[in-house]
Design a binder for this molecule. Sequence first.
Ligand code: NAI
Ligand code: MG
Length: 500
Amino acid sequence: MNETLTTVATPKVPKALASMAAKKLLINGKWVNAASGKTFESINPATGEVLAHIAEAGESDVDAAVKAARKAFNTTWGSTKPVERQRLLLKLADLIDRDYDEFAMLDTLEMGMPISRSSAGRQRVVGMIRFYAGLATAIHGQNISNSLPGSVLSYTVKEPVGVVGAIVPWNGPLSQAVWKVAPALATGCTLVLKPSEQASLSPLKLAELIEEAGFPPGVMNVVTGAGATGAAVAAHPDIDKVGFTGSTATGQAIVRASAGNLKRLSLELGGKSPDIIFADADLDAAVAGAAMAVFTNCGQICIAGSRLFVERSIHDEFVHRVAELAGKMRVGSPLNPSTELGPLASRLQFDKVMGYIKSGHDEGAKALSGGASANTGELANGCYVQPTVFSGARDDMKIVREEIFGPVISAMPFDSVEEVVQRANNTSYGLGSGVWTRDVSKAHQVAGALKAGTVWVNCYLQLDPAIPFGGYKMSGYGRESGTEHMDHYLNTKSVVVRLS
Ligand code: NAI
Ligand code: MG
């Protein structure tokens, strides 16, 4: 590994960052500069400071990474025994567990995730890798009964698809990367990982640990860079599958770019998820649940329950209570363990969210809490936004139709089950949804009627590696987590043998 540190060391940068090796590309087991020599800056959104300079991969770098991944697939990894893939994944899980505090710090510094949240992700990330490690030795085809004349044996075999391009976003830098890397490695695929330009540091460290664990060179390659680097991955003729998480617009661009070689895609895109509160719900739990369905990670979650539908008889009181809770939430430095909302991940995201808040005011919604930036006092140089609860929102408002990806709730009353189901489904998205009620029949009835990949009943944001996750409609296709996730990385081959 190259020792040249390109990190901008300031006294405020903790050791976790300064100890990182050079921010280079990983190609064929070697850390290298971009062919062009270009780099880009990683910015701390809490302070505006430069954290690191990171190599910006161009088309030729992506091509070199794909060649390395192809070679590793053909010569080593594609034919590795399942038990060996499992052993290395379990080793990787242990290494991540060992270094988890450092990962948490990197995500907190680079995208502003409160340290309480980044630190709490250990079990999710480590558990996810162990889940896929388990599945690595459980891949199997089927023996198929057929009706062909004579005696004919037919069976299926599962084979890894080959070289996978993983294009990930910044809102959960480590967990999003692991979510694509682990099933790819478990199935025998090799990887070209493209982290978000807003948050590359923990994916780079993940790659370091993959090396340390002993995966063969070329199995994992990392090409850091922005949209153009991602576009080169999406269009590359020798990538067999792309797994993508990010915006719907970029997902559509990737679909177009994939046409050249018809590479397989799985897309986890945006959302505008409904959270529905019935009057018979446990309201104490529902108030906290509705608030955290949006304010978690400062609203930068694809499943944010940002359309809050509240049954009319309790609407005013309920929304008032959510706003009261929002008003008490601690906005501050993400490094402070008691902070609940840190800054948004970038100036770009801050400007976008402030634009939506202005649009909410302009269209006549009433901010019961927040409704403004929080860049004051010692937070002046950051990208802070007050947790905002808009009351008096309407289905046709921009804040109700479009994904904000910030700490903004739009609350609206409803009168009947039929009405709220129709309005909840009246969106081009279909990722998450929430239902709060003590009536079991109503809960299942609404869960059945919602057009969304996940329905949470009397809870929200509950994710588990064993539970499939993904979207309906323009929230994307393909499921991550669950055993079916593995199928996205596998081809099914049918073998038909005439015996007599
Ligand atoms: P984005 O979708 O543009 O970026 C996600 C990833 O795709 C990044 O790694 C980026 O470099 C890459 N990318 C960008 N253009 C590409 C292209 N043409 N081909 C291939 N890869 C490309 O999202 P961005 O700009 O970071 O955020 C914009 C909005 O997207 C957010 O405000 C939010 O609404 C949504 N978003 C949704 C996420 C989710 O979890 N579903 C995650 C991140 C953003
Ligand atoms: Mg950043």
